[in-house]
Design a protein around this ligand. Sequence first.
Ligand code: PEP
Length: 260
Amino acid sequence: MRVPFVAGNWKMNTTVTEAEELVYDILDTLDRIKGVEKVLCPPFVSLAAINMMLQGSSIKLGAQNMHFEIKGAYTGEISSLMLRELCEFVILGHSERRWYFGETGEMVNKKVKAALNQGLKPILCVGERLEENETGRTEEVVREQVTTALNGIKPTVLSVAKNLVVAYEPVWAIGAGKAASGKQAAATIKLIRSILAELWNKDIAQSLRILYGGSVTSNNIVEFISQPEIDGALVGGASLKAEEFLSIVNQTAEIKEKPV
Ligand code: PEP
């Protein structure tokens, strides 16, 4: 049984005050939703304050990125060693990092290793761009991203199955207001699960959570979450609106509770 998972990626939005207000608005209701692992990923500067606010609740905290070195002369960067005092999860390989900041597959691999070594749980993002989708290269691109990101990671040593979450986020669907279809997303997620089975083994692949991300809203979450292959969502824009995010998590809990 894979526990459904919904994470909100706030991206570069909210000041510390606004972040606290948003958490204040969702805290009690979100805390009461059972059967879903709930994670908020605010900007770095708000992690400490929100960590305090979430103490004693069922809501978990994640960062949006990190450097792969533990410490050193990397001005402006944040490491896994710093993050592990504040949060449990870290988004890695988000397409905005890959395409706006030149993050390579090798860098993502180093980050995944560093996170796991420090006991942080990576939410590893993979997904194809529009032209790759349109030219039938989705499988090739996703396979390359998954295998490069997880290269050299031994599941036995790092209990990867427990600590890793994968998010399939087609780049063309992120922030676009145009999501993939549930069927499309489920097909690629099934493919990712088969790549994980080849890489490690079937049991691990079956126990890992794989999310869909890309223009998820309260109006389309059911389409994704009703697919047995899809274990939850990584939500960007809609996670900044209290009612929207609560509705997405609520619907996820309701749908996943029903036997398939
Ligand atoms: C994201 O940032 O991971 C994302 C999926 O964004 P949005 O929901 O806004 O498309």
